[in-house]
Every structure is written in structure tokens, then in C-alpha cells.
Design a protein around this ligand. Structure first.
Ligand code: G3P
Ligand code: CA
Length: 232
């Protein structure tokens, strides 16, 4: 079973993590995109969280709503009901974290990316409310956010994402992360060896070609973040 594999020291597993859902096929970070990813047998759905003006955790990538909805302005300057009025693509709403965890609990696992400071406590509360400590990874580019998650709830697994070729293993270790996910350009044999030696799961992003995905899998990478969960 997925959860027990992820808790063990086994190194020969491989997970498909659907980036913003199956975002090559449906509007990113929407319920439609997550449903599609689950239909395509994604092992986890990845999505981004931010805070509304009235302190609700919503699922959206950018600081502003402009790129992904028919609205404009900052997410943090809008109430949840204002955000809910927007079209996030094909008539989809911007989901809340609560809705996503409630709807998909038991159907998939969750890679929740924290996009801004100050939401850590609410994210942990939501994971605990739904009893999803075993089925969630909290991920971020910022080590301090992951440190805070571990402080708030040590049993929740965390993963440091990195777009730099430097120090990502040490940075992940220093913030107590369970996984590291460098951009796929930076995966070398040394990266695979070092992650293993240090007890870190090794994932990478964003890989949308099956040849590349297979090559990374064969080299010992344990998971890819992809817009196309059907490539493997
Ligand atoms: O999981 C890695 C990926 O989600 C990070 O990049 O910009 O798509 O959030 P971004
Ligand atoms: Ca993300």
C-alpha cells in the first residue's frame, strides 16, 4: 500500500504526482482537474494554497486571480464569497482546501504547496480535521514554512522543492523535510545517491514526457510531478 511504502525505507517505489491536478487536460487547481488526475491513477494530487481576505484557505497558484480566472486583483484582497464568484476555467470555482480534502479523502493523497507565509497553522488544522496526516505531504520552496509545519505537527511529512542546483539536499535536511524535489535538470546520479544516503525521498518536477519520466524512474527518482498523469 502506498502509505506504508512511503513510510518505509524502500527505495524502489515510484509515484505520479498530478501537478495542479491533471492540468494538461482541465483548468489547473480545480475540482475537475483533480477528478481527472484520480481517473488517470495519479498517486497524489499537487495543488497550491493561499489565504483569502477573510482567512479561508483557497486553492490557487498565483498571488493574483488574473491569469487563471475571469477576475482581477489579489487573492488576499478578496473574501471567499468574492473568490467563489469567479470562473476558474470551464465554469469551475476556486476550491477551498477544506472542499478538496473532504471530496477526495480516501481516493488519493495530497501534496499541498504553501504559497505564502502565515497559512501553516490553518493547513495543519485542516489536515488534522480530516484525519489526513498519513496521506498528506506539505511542500514548499521555503524551508522556514516546512520547519513551522514540523513544529506544529511532526507527523505530517514535508518536502522541499528547489529550483536551484545548489544545496537542496542540505537545505531539506536542515528544515527536517522528508523529501526533496529539485527541478529535473538538477537530477544527477550523485543527487540520487545523496538523497538515499540521507534518508530523503527524491521527487522531481515538472515532467510531461514519458521517455524522460521513465529515464528518471530508472535512475532512482521516486516520483515525478506532472501535468499529464497518464504518461506512464
Ligand atoms: O511541485 C512542484 C511545483 O508545483 C512547483 O512549481 O510554480 O508549479 O508551484 P509551481
Ligand atoms: Ca505547486
Amino acid at each position: 500500500m502506498y502509505t506504508s511504502i512511503m513510510r518505509s525505507n524502500e527505495s524502489d517505489f515510484f509515484v505520479k504526482i498530478a501537478h495542479r491536478g491533471a492540468s494538461a487536460y482541465e483548468p489547473e487547481n480545480t475540482l475537475a482537474s483533480f477528478k481527472k488526475a484520480i481517473d488517470m491513477n495519479a498517486d497524489l494530487i499537487e495543488f497550491d494554497v493561499r489565504c483569502s481576505q477573510d482567512s479561508q484557505i483557497v486553492v490557487i497558484h498565483d498571488k493574483k486571480v488574473d491569469r487563471t480566472t475571469d477576475g482581477s486583483g489579489l487573492v488576499g484582497h478578496k473574501t471567499l464569497s468574492e473568490l467563489k464568484e469567479l470562473d476558474a476555467g470551464n465554469g469551475e470555482e476556486i476550491p477551498t482546501l477544506d472542499e478538496v480534502l473532504d471530496l477526495f479523502r480516501g481516493k488519493t493523497r495530497f501534496a499541498i504547496e504553501i504559497k505564502e507565509n502565515g497559512v501553516e497553522d490553518k493547513v495543519v488544522k485542516q489536515i488534522k480535521k480530516h484525519g489526513l496526516e498519513e496521506d498528506s505531504f506539505v511542500i514548499s520552496f521555503k524551508p522556514n514554512r516546512l520547519k513551522l509545519i514540523k513544529y506544529l505537527e511532526p507527523s505530517i511529512r514535508t518536502g522541499l522543492i528547489s529550483f536551484s542546483s545548489l544545496n537542496f539536499i542540505n537545505n531539506a535536511l536542515n528544515c527536517g523535510a522528508d523529501a526533496v524535489a529539485p527541478f529535473h535538470w538538477f537530477i544527477s546520479d550523485n543527487t540520487v545517491r545523496s538523497a538515499r544516503e540521507n534518508g530523503l525521498h527524491l521527487f522531481t518536477y515538472v515532467v510531461n514526457e514519458s521517455v524522460k519520466a521513465k529515464e528518471l524512474k530508472d535512475r532512482g527518482v521516486q516520483g515525478i510531478v506532472t501535468n499529464k498523469p497518464d504518461i506512464l
